[in-house]
Design a binder for this molecule. Structure first.
Ligand SMILES: [Zn+2]
Length: 467
């Protein structure tokens, strides 16, 4: 009789625990506010959170943007001012959905099987719920603070204009801090659910648009000439397609791959070691090949390139005088526009194809060629990094914590380019399988992970801002 009884009690306790996870409940509420960008409508999120934070003593500042319904919120919990603020940032917008491919309503905040489902569960309403819950717990527990804790809800991270770069131009005084936390690294789990490693991003790759322009004689298509611009562009693109950029490890990626080596099994362990060692070209090439089967790891160890738009021709009977391709580069920090142009020219080997850096993507702070591309890794010697590391090791004893280079751009550029360290983390243990749902279908996060993440961030803030 005992066993079934315990089983039922365990099931009931489990259900109760699920219902009692305040972070999961908050996440479900946040998911129910559809902030798909465009248009975003982030103001609704700001109102929802302000109503919870204001009664707890947070000073709320909602900054309108020139677009109706889109705002940015600062919630500041005051310290005694003896140290500079710590800031934690989450973006309020999410990417859109292919609704017919979801098995649940993406904007219902459905909880089932120990998960919260919905658009933004991972990116980044889950993080917003964790950050908000952690700062609310700080206020509820009346933790005495030596520095202000600023919780920032951003707009336009996923697209459009009114992002942190825009905000920094007019409201830097509100964002200024000793260090900041945002999205970035992963707390990745093994197939058995245990945490494998905690990666904290200390830099982001930058995005660069490189334009290839081929020129030829514009003439009637009935009498083709050898200098056809479209053929010249096609040859150049074929050469780029066959070209592989070289492995370039930064101090943070070196440490990251060493950590992967420590926590890997089988032949991969040696491949990671050979990659980090890098002294034997044959071993390095073999390691590169094996590790690159994972597109994320392939991207972290090198500058990547991908043609994204081609243009050429306008009529069925005219050979155009020019043809153009836009090739998107994601560069390793420290790579300049000149480096990329030289590499592309060498790979193409055709002086008649012009190679120029296109207009930077204004929606992303990390896309100004040359300027932000050289931003250094945020140091791992600050009190915030140390607090994150210590808090992670308290929750997951023996699990390595490593710096990491984020493979895409985030909102961190606004601070990093001004010399303020930013550390990125998606604050919940996650499996590779669930990670693939980010920006995809049936996005979900484990309730248990949200609770562990809330503890991680709460303990980190107590350590770094508590007296
Ligand atoms: Zn995000």
């Amino acid at each position: 009789m005992g066993r079934p009884g315990i089983g039922i009690v365990a099931v009931l306790m489990c259900a109760a625990a699920r219902a009692q996870s305040p972070t999961a409940a908050l996440l479900a509420e946040l998911i129910r506010v559809d902030t798909s960008n465009p248009p975003g409508n982030e103001a609704k999120i700001d109102e929802l959170l302000a109503a919870k934070l204001r009664p707890l003593g947070f000073q709320i500042d909602i900054i309108p943007t020139p677009v109706a319904g889109k705002s940015v919120m600062f919630a500041r919990l005051k310290g005694d001012g003896s140290a500079k603020p710590v800031l934690i940032a989450a973006h309020g917008d999410v990417v859109g959905v292919e609704r017919d491919k979801w098995t649940v309503d993406p904007f219902a905040g459905t909880m089932k099987d120990g998960y919260v489902y919905g658009r933004g569960a991972i990116d980044f309403k889950g993080g917003m719920a964790v950050f908000a819950q952690a700062v609310m717990d700080l206020a509820k527990n009346k933790v005495p603070l030596k520095r202000d804790v600023i919780f920032l809800v951003e707009s336009d991270e996923e697209s459009a204009t009114y992002n942190t770069s825009w905000l920094a131009q007019s409201h830097w005084d509100k964002m200024d801090c000793e260090f900041a936390l945002n999205e970035g690294g992963w707390i990745l789990t093994k197939p058995n659910g245990d945490v494998r490693y905690v990666s904290v991003s200390t830099n982001d790759k930058s995005s660069m648009a490189v334009m290839l322009s081929a020129h030829g004689t514009s003439t009637h298509s009935s009498m083709p000439l050898p200098d056809n611009a479209i053929f010249a562009l096609a040859r150049a693109l074929t050469k780029l397609g066959d070209y592989e950029t070289k492995v370039e490890l930064t101090p943070s990626t070196r440490q990251f791959f060493a950590t992967l080596g420590q926590t890997a099994d089988g032949p991969m362990k040696q491949y990671f070691a050979d990659l980090v060692d890098g002294s034997d070209p044959a071993k390095l090439a073999a390691a590169d090949k094996a590790i690159s089967e994972d597109p994320l790891l392939h991207a972290i160890m090198r500058t990547t390139l991908a043609p994204v738009i081609i243009n050429g021709g306008f009529r069925g009977n005219v050979i155009p005088g020019s043809a153009e391709a836009n090739v998107n580069f994601r560069t390793i920090p420290g790579t300049t526009a000149e480096d990329v142009i030289a590499m592309v020219k060498k790979a193409i080997g055709d002086p008649n194809v012009e190679v120029t850096v296109g207009r930077p993507n204004a929606a992303r702070p990390g896309t100004v060629p040359g300027a932000v591309a050289g931003v250094k890794d945020s140091p791992t010697t600050t009190a915030l990094y140390a607090a994150l590391e210590a808090s992670a090791q308290k929750i997951w004893p023996g699990v390595p914590v490593t710096p990491y280079l984020f493979q895409a751009g985030t909102d961190a550029g606004a601070w990093r380019s001004r010399g303020v360290p930013v550390y990125g983390i998606y604050p919940y243990p996650i499996s590779n399988e669930d990670l693939r749902r980010m920006h995809g279908n049936d996005e979900r996060v484990q309730i248990k992970s949200l609770d562990q993440g809330t503890k991680l961030i709460y303990d980190t803030l107590v350590a770094v801002a508590g007296k």
